[in-house]
Design a protein around this ligand. Sequence first.
Ligand code: NAD
Ligand code: DAU
Length: 348
Amino acid sequence: MKKIVITGGAGFIGSHVVRLFVTKYPEYHIYNLDALTYAGNLENLVDIENKPNYTFIKGDITDETFIADLFDKHQFDGVIHLAAESHVDRSIEDPLAFVKTNVFGTVHLLNAAKKQWLNNPEGKRFYHISTDEVYGSLGAEGLFTETTAYDPNSPYSASKASSDHFVRAYGETYDLPFVITNCSNNYGPNHFPEKLIPLFINNIINNKPLPVYGDGNYTRDWLFVVDHARAIDLVFHHGKNHDTYNIGGFNEWKNIDLVRLLCSIMDGKLGRAAGKSAELITYVKDRPGHDLRYAIDASKINKELGWKPSVTFEQGLEITVNWYLNNSEWLQHVTSGAYASYYEKQYL
Ligand code: NAD
Ligand code: DAU
C-alpha cells in the first residue's frame, strides 16, 4: 500500500485534496499532516475522518526533529505539500511567520524526503503546491506561462517563490523526484473568510460593509477548488518528473465586477431587493504592493494531461454560496475567537 502524506490537509484546498485521494484511492493510505493553525479545521473533513485509509497527524512542519522522525517512522512514498501561511494581508503584517512555515517548513520536508529516497527514488514524488503570485503582476495584457520569470511582490509570494526554488534545487542537486504546480485564485466551500469571496459572502449575510481595496480594478483568475484538486490528482500521477505546470480557471474578473455579481446572487438568495447588498460596497485603503492582474495560461496541463475546469464560474459560485448559507455553524466557529481580533485590526 502506498503511503502518501498530504501537508495542510485540514485547510481550504488541502481538505478537498484529502477527500479526493481518500475516496478515490482506497489502495493508498493518506496521512493528513496539519498544525491546525487558525486556517486548519478538522470540521472540513468530518465525512471522511473514519475511513480506514485515512490518518490525521497534528504536527508542525517548522519542527525539524518532528518531521525527520515522522518520515523515519512512516517511510512515505509521496508528499503532496500544501501546508503554508496563505494570506497576503497577514504576510504584510508578519513576514517572518511566512518565512518560517513556507520556506523553513518546506526545506525540512525536502530534507526528510531526500533522506528516505536518496538511494531509492523509484516511484517516489515530492509534489509542491504553489501559486501564480510568484510571477508578480501582469499589465492589462498577457498571461503567465511556465517560463515567465519569477518576480514576487508580497512577503507571501516571496516566501512561496523561495520554496519553489528550494524544491527545484533539491531536484537538480540531489535528484529528488519532484513536480510543482502554480495555481490561480481558488474559491469554493471551506474557504476561510479572510479571503475576498468568503469574506464578502459572510459580510453580505451579516449586513456588514464590503471593503474593496483601492479602486477595485484589480484582476484575478478564479478557479473552483474541486477543479484544482482534480488537477493535483492528475499531476501527482501523470505529471513529468522535475517539471512544472500552471493551473488556472480561464476566468478573469475585476474585483469590483465580481463583488457586484456576488451581491446580486446574494440578493436573490436572501430575498433582498435587487441592488440592496451592493449598497454595502465600501472603497477602503489599498493593499500595499497590490498586484494589478494575475492570469494563467493553462494550455500546458490541458495539452499534456487533458485537464480543464469542469464547472463554470456560475455553477461554482452557486455551489459556494449555497454551502455558506447551509453551513452557518462552520462560519460561526471559524469567525469567533482570534478571527475577531484579526478582523478588527485589518478593517476597523
Ligand atoms: P489555508 O490557509 O486555507 O490552509 C493552510 C493549511 O496549512 C491549514 O490547514 C494550516 O493549519 C496548515 N498549516 C499552516 N502552517 C502549518 C505548519 N507550520 N505546519 C503544518 N501545517 C500548517 O491555505 P489554502 O488556501 O488551502 O492553500 C493551500 C496551499 O495552496 C498553500 O501552499 C497556498 O500557497 C497554495 N495556493 C493557494 C491558492 C488559493 O487561492 N487559496 C492558490 C494557489 C496556491
Ligand atoms: O493567486 C493565488 C493566490 O490567491 C493564492 O496564492 C493565495 O494564497 C490566495 O490568498 C489568493 O491571493 P489574493 O491576494 O489574490 O486573494 P485575496 O482573496 O486576499 O484577494 C483577492 C483580491 O481581492 C485582491 O485583489 C485583493 C482584493 N481584496 C481582498 C480582500 C481580503 C479586497 O479588495 N478586499 C478584501 O478585503
